[in-house]
Write a protein that binds this ligand. Structure first.
Ligand code: MG
Length: 394
């Protein structure tokens, strides 16, 4: 059993204000871990709105435990009965409902943790109403990175990443102007097949891939970790989040997942952020930034995790890194197409409709048929649907 704080966390400033947050995707992996962080913060963070895809029972249980006044389900059918089951709450439905939640005047921070391009519009709505964004959804930066960051800059809004690697980079960069940065170094666990040769990779099935050594994640993220597409997407996210060109973003295989990422500065100095593989730390950092307080999260014991190893990734066996760099170079809607095609190809692999190496072949084939256009939100959504349709048939 871990120690749990029983009163207000120690180390916090006495006048430290309560944060009021909305969680988009509250029933998913990041959403439930965010609520665990809220529990540990013992009254320092108030949850004013939660949105989920279709899990009405879990959403209601969360609303009751955290006394949440505003609740939303994206799927209209699932929202039937929500209002009668919960007469004291405001119930919102669909994409419009998520946008309204993102704009709630009583909220100061919006945690974006929904799966898919559906997260882009509410993120933009939250930025326009001046909220801090605690960002977990990859699609927001992969498919709409440039416009999202421009919007955040013009509204003076912080986008604080929840992804462990980007949180690490954010923490290392903290206070340094971008002119001081030489390169960003993203670490990758390498997934379960990092030491397989091509012959072995041909024989891999869903069960082999779903046994991931370090992080406990959903099916899509686990397969993306095994193909390194997860890291490809993270290169694109980092490119926009930190405004660093992709040729200055490196990837290094680090199977222990203790060093979460590193920044090399102009003078050659390299800063790393380290921690246990526990998403609650980057989540707490994103909610409280720039504050740091003790919520009794497990501590990193350096002698227990040695040795730490680092190796170059092999883009022959893991073409996802090359495809991600191609997508950035092509620009426009190409990253959205890569992401949409990948999600469908992964689903087909999990249904045993594609071999493991067929995932990236499918993504590459769909990308080769796409002529990128300007990445406005309607164009991004159209490119995403087109890519999914193409990947279903390739
Ligand atoms: Mg990550």
């Amino acid at each position: 059993m871990e120690a749990r704080p029983t009163s207000a966390p120690s180390g916090s400033h006495p006048d430290w204000p309560t944060r009021r947050i909305v969680i988009l995707g509250s029933t998913g992996s990041i959403g439930t871990q965010t609520l665990d962080v809220v529990r540990r913060l013992a009254g320092r963070v108030e949850v004013v709105g939660i949105a989920a895809h279709r899990n009405a029972d879990m959403l209601l249980a969360q609303a009751e435990e955290f006394d949440v006044p505003h609740v939303c389900l994206a799927e209209p059918e699932a929202a039937h009965g929500l209002a009668s089951a919960s007469p004291a709450r405001m119930v919102y439905v669909g994409q419009d409902g998520m946008n309204q939640l993102a704009e709630l005047p009583e909220a100061d921070t919006v945690v974006v943790a929904v799966a898919g391009a559906i997260g882009i519009a509410p993120t933009h709505a939250a930025i326009r109403s001046g909220k801090r964004i605690a960002l977990a959804s990859k699609e927001v930066l992969v498919a709409a990175g440039e416009s999202t960051m421009q919007m955040a800059r013009s509204h003076g809004v912080d986008i604080v990443p929840i992804d462990s690697e980007h949180s690490a980079l954010f923490q290392c960069i903290h206070g340094n102007p971008s002119a001081h940065i030489e390169s960003l170094i993203l670490t990758a666990s390498g997934g379960p097949f990092r030491d397989f040769d091509l012959e072995q990779m041909r024989a891999v099935g869903p069960d082999d891939a779903l046994r991931h050594p370090t992080w406990n994640m959903g099916g899509l993220v686990t397969i993306n970790s095994a193909t390194l597409m997860n890291k490809g997407l993270e290169v694109i996210e980092a490119r926009w989040l930190f405004d660093v060109p992709s040729d200055r973003i490196e990837v290094i295989i680090h199977p222990q997942s203790i060093v979460h990422s590193l920044v090399r500065f102009r003078d050659g100095s390299v800063l790393a952020q380290m921690g246990l593989p526990d998403m609650r730390l980057p989540i707490q950092y994103a909610l409280l930034y720039p504050d740091r307080i003790d919520t009794a999260l497990p501590r990193l014991e350096l002698s227990a995790c040695a040795p730490l190893t680092f190796a170059e990734p092999d883009t022959q066996r893991f073409p996802a890194l090359r495809l991600a760099r191609d997508a950035i170079a092509a620009g426009g809607t190409m990253p959205a197409v890569m992401n949409g095609a990948n999600e469908v190809a992964v689903a087909r692999f999990l249904e045993r409709d594609l071999p493991f190496l067929g995932i990236m072949k499918t993504v590459e084939a769909v990308m080769s048929r796409h002529s990128p256009v300007e990445p406005s939100l309607p164009n991004v959504m159209a490119a995403d649907s087109w890519a999914r349709e193409q990947a279903r048939r390739s």
